[in-house]
Design a protein around this ligand. Structure first.
Ligand SMILES: [Ca+2]
Ligand SMILES: [Ca+2]
Length: 467
């Protein structure tokens, strides 16, 4: 062959290979439809200034406010950006400031749908619990953290390797040390939950912390099958506006949405009568037995993973868990049981077994599991007979993935034949490396699932080689 012929053939080969490479990178060969980005759905961002009631605050809201002022559009719930009771030019200026990142305050609904005002910039942050510790990393504002609750204190160096030494522990979130908090002169306290019973509520905290914005974002309350109604997604996006990191919040919300959408698509192919029944309960080491219902993050994870939860809350109940009699569990005979456990609790205690990001040895998880299985009453349960009982880390309920991480592992466990291409550790590692930006490798660290599962020869849930 002549040199020119060889060159032509090589050129054609290069073109073909490049086309395939580009095709893969652009998802040309994927058969699943891509999820709609959160800002293109019917999601309504609950921040005042979002006059056109879509998923973001931008130029369109300025136009919308102008049209309301001109009388060509009716006022909307979020049009009065500065909350002075009238919709006028000042609201346009206010929205411009939000867009430019120069706003000095922000009005929004919190995770309980109560209206709150936040002073900006929010640049001295105290955070409660894993969700908020991870959220500030996702948004890239971890260096603004000055205090953490006692649930994060033991893992402070893990979450905040660069500034752990300058971060103060302010006590448990159920009974915080208000004086310590005030001494830190924080702008913002991100609380884990609204608080109930003997646990300090957002109202208590706001009362004892004058000048500090006490914010419950709503991460505690995901809706995995309907992101438009998810307080979790709202919380991520609201935090984006509070910390002036909207692109990061949007990218993260879209990533979560793409995972939930892909799992949903596959689960929808499984007929209801072929789906597995599931009991979601707690490790005996964290109190008397409860079963998590749909309202709970674990209940949401189970729904997304296509499990049929044997525990249901009464209609209109807002409970996250219920008590189930052993007789009921035996009569329902669940196919799978997941035992949730918590290492560092909201009231400052440390529970056995060791698990989560700061653990490497699954022995404690193994022992508790054996204890649970050895209950004579449960000998004949399908889940026990078929070894379908798993201990799961607190991360699956309390991290900043809103049940999605738990769902990814659960889906793989419940329907391995449907999720052949799904590797939960790949998604988990992407979360840690790309979004949390932590130098942390799941091949060598972390106890999240016991017994571990094996995917393509790799151990998932515990470090490789751990027993
Ligand atoms: Ca808008
Ligand atoms: Ca106004």
């Amino acid at each position: 062959m002549k040199t020119t012929q060889i060159a032509t053939i090589l050129f054609i080969i290069i073109i073909i290979i490049s086309s395939i490479a580009i095709g893969y990178s652009q998802n040309w060969f994927q058969t699943t439809t891509q999820p709609t980005p959160i800002t293109d759905t019917n999601f309504t961002l609950e921040i005042f200034g979002n006059a056109n009631m879509d998923g973001k605050i931008d130029e369109d809201d300025i136009t919308h406010i102008q049209e309301i002022i001109d009388g060509t559009k009716s006022p909307t719930l979020f049009a009065d950006a500065n909350r002075d009771g009238v919709i006028d030019e000042k609201d346009i200026e206010f929205v411009k400031a939000i867009i430019n990142g120069t706003a000095t305050e922000l009005h929004m609904l919190d995770g309980s749908k109560n209206e709150i005002k936040i002073s900006l910039p929010a640049n001295r942050i105290i955070i409660e619990y894993n969700q908020n510790a991870e959220l500030v990393r996702i948004l890239g504002v971890e260096n603004l953290v000055v205090g953490v609750d006692s649930g994060i204190d033991p893992v402070k160096k893990l979450y905040f390797p660069d500034n752990a030494d300058s971060i103060t522990s302010v006590g448990s979130m159920s009974s915080p040390d208000y004086e310590k908090i005030l001494n830190l002169k924080p702008t913002t306290l991100l609380v884990f939950s609204p608080g109930t019973g003997s646990s300090a509520t957002t109202i208590d905290k706001a009362k004892y912390l004058p000048g500090v914005d006490v914010v419950y974002l709503g991460l505690y309350n995901p809706n995995v099958t309907n992101p438009e109604a998810s307080n979790f997604i709202q919380g991520v996006m609201k935090a984006g506006y509070i910390f002036n990191q909207v692109p990061k919040a949007t990218e993260y919300a879209n990533w979560i949405l793409s995972i939930t959408s892909n799992i949903n698509t596959k689960i929808n192919t499984i007929p209801m009568d072929q789906r597995h029944t599931v009991l979601l309960t707690n490790s005996p080491t964290i109190g008397s037995a409860r079963a998590y219902v749909a309202m709970d993050t674990l209940g949401q994870a189970c729904i997304l993973a296509g499990g049929i939860n044997i525990a249901n809350a009464p209609v209109s109940s807002t409970a996250f868990s219920v008590t189930l009699e052993s007789e009921y569990i035996i009569s329902q005979n669940p196919d799978y049981i997941f035992l949730h456990t918590v290492r560092y609790t909201y009231d400052g205690a440390t529970n056995e077994p060791a698990q989560g990001m700061d653990a490497t040895d699954p022995t404690g998880m193994k022992n508790v599991l054996q204890q649970y299985i050895s209950q004579p009453a449960y000998n004949n349960l399908n889940a026990v007979k078929n070894n379908n009982i798993y201990m799961i880390a607190g991360d699956f309920r309390n991290n900043a993935m809103g049940g999605t991480l738990g769902a990814v592992y659960m889906a793989k466990i419940l329907y391995p034949e449907i999720f052949t291409d799904l590797n939960p550790q790949t998604i988990h590692q992407e979360y840690i490396t790309k979004f949390l930006r932590l130098n942390y490798n799941l091949d060598t660290n972390g106890v999240f699932l016991y017994p571990a599962i094996t995917v393509n020869g790799d151990t998932l849930g515990i470090p490789n080689g751990a027993k």
